[in-house]
Design a protein around this ligand. Structure first.
Ligand SMILES: [Zn+2]
Length: 449
């Protein structure tokens, strides 16, 4: 393939349509001078015969070749009708009329928007246009209509300043079965949730069989009101986090009561990990600089629990729940959870009051989390958490954009393979920021746009 063929292919043109094609390198840019063989179409207005009136030069930014940006300089034919004398231009095979980028560039921009790591600014720089233009393209090319509710719905939230109505969180819906992002709502209030589900027909809502949530009452109220066949499960990780936080509050309280730099202080501050997660305690003893002797994890662990009977009791209860969470099955969950609640009530050293209350309020939903309807996995929001990590990347690269609708569309486009882009010659203005009128005098981003 020679140079010209390569360029012709990238222009999506058949070579027999080209009358002349010349390329010039100048100042690090490739200029593609092109004119097309006239097709003498019928008049657009009356269907009459036409002749060529004149040529107009049209400039369109095109893809880079071997890293070198390129520009199409098109000598565009303008026809005049022999009957009605009206004029019109030959059809534009390179891009939408009025756009300064070729179809191929728009296509690249749409594909770049799918890359969650790229900011609008970076995409703009890659394509030599302004961020404002990229935003307009994002609004126009990415359409993310509401998707039907999944059979197994996960509801979670993510902190963002884009949240509306005084909230601090966006609400995230995921499809736990197909493992995709399903929807984003602008906050997690009951009002917003009810409004969303209000618009969905009962026949669709009835198909939802499972919902996983964290312990947020509006989620539960919404499911009870709108999803008549759904079984609610609370995410076990949120329960464990609540438990761990309660335990930690006691550890910190005890640490603040002991003398600074005392052995107890040292142990509570620097060896908390032994109380919080599972360690192989019987490791080879290692020299400990504080105690000036060889110790293994079990020695340190025993010293920790001896600091306070409260701490020991709290640790015992925490592990009791963790063991239940890890090993129990759905059939036994109700009985075992009841026993655990009694045990907590009987032995609470003072840090689990809220946790016990939570266990009682969400007992049914905790029991339901032991069901394993798919791939032998417990019901959880693990998927929502992993999607949230990606959303956090997108929130970071979206630094400063306050436009929730735009964020939502891009997020769903990036995280749900059923959403595609479509190039459009009509730019959407529906998502323009309101209330900030800019005069043309301070337009600073107008290069190439
Ligand atoms: Zn005509």
């Amino acid at each position: 393939m020679d140079n010209k063929d390569f360029i012709t292919v990238s222009l999506n043109l058949k070579s027999e349509r080209i009358r002349s094609l010349k390329t010039v390198h100048k100042n690090g840019r490739l200029y593609i001078y092109i004119s097309l063989i006239p097709e003498y179409p019928d008049c657009e207005y009356c269907g009459g015969k036409v002749k060529i009136k004149e040529y107009k030069t049209v400039t369109i930014n095109h893809l880079p070749f071997a890293g070198m940006p390129s520009t199409i300089i098109w000598k565009r034919t303008r026809y005049i009708c022999k009957d009605c004398a009206k004029t019109f231009s030959e059809a534009n095979p390179f891009g939408f009329d009025g756009f300064h980028q070729s179809y191929a560039v728009l296509d690249n921009i749409a594909k770049s928007l799918h890359n969650i790591n790229l900011t609008f600014r970076q995409i703009a720089d890659m394509h030599n246009v302004s961020s404002t233009i990229i935003e307009a393209y994002a609004d126009s090319f990415i359409r993310a209509p509401r998707m039907s509710l999944p059979e197994n719905l996960g509801i979670d939230e993510i902190h963002s300043h884009m949240a509306k109505y005084g909230g601090a969180y966006l609400c995230v819906f995921v499809d736990n079965k197909n493992r995709t992002l399903n929807e984003l709502l602008c906050d997690r209030s009951k009002r917003t949730l009810f409004r969303y589900f209000d618009k969905i027909p009962l026949s669709e809502r009835s198909k939802v069989k499972y919902v996983t949530i964290d312990m947020w009452q509006p989620y539960k109220d919404t499911v009870l009101k709108y999803l008549p066949n759904a079984k609610i499960a609370v995410d076990p990780f949120h329960v464990i986090k609540h438990l761990t936080d309660s335990f930690e509050s006691l550890r910190i309280m005890i640490m603040k009561r002991v003398a600074l730099y005392s052995p107890s202080y040292y142990l509570l501050k620097y060896w908390r990990k032994l109380l919080l997660s599972d360690y192989e305690l019987d490791n080879e003893p290692k020299y400990n600089g504080y105690f000036k002797c060889k110790l293994n994890y079990r020695d340190i662990f025993n010293m920790l629990l001896d600091i306070s009977p409260q701490l020991k009791e709290a640790y015992y209860l925490k592990e009791l729940y963790r063991y239940f969470n890890k090993n129990c099955n759905y059939e036994k969950a109700e009985e075992e959870l009841s026993d655990i609640i009694s045990e907590f009530e009987r032995r609470d050293p003072g840090c689990y009051e809220d946790f016990i209350e939570m266990l009682k309020n969400w007992k049914d939903e905790i029991i339901n989390s032991f069901e394993r309807p798919y791939s032998d996995r417990k019901q959880s929001n693990a998927l929502a958490e992993s999607i949230n990590q990606k959303l956090r990347i997108l929130i970071d690269v979206s630094n400063g954009y306050a436009n929730f609708e735009r964020f939502r569309a891009r997020a769903i486009y990036c995280l749900n393979d059923r959403i595609f882009y479509s190039l459009s010659g009509r730019l959407s203005h529906s998502n323009k920021r309101k209330g900030k009128l800019r005069g043309t005098y301070n337009k600073t981003n107008s290069n190439n746009s």
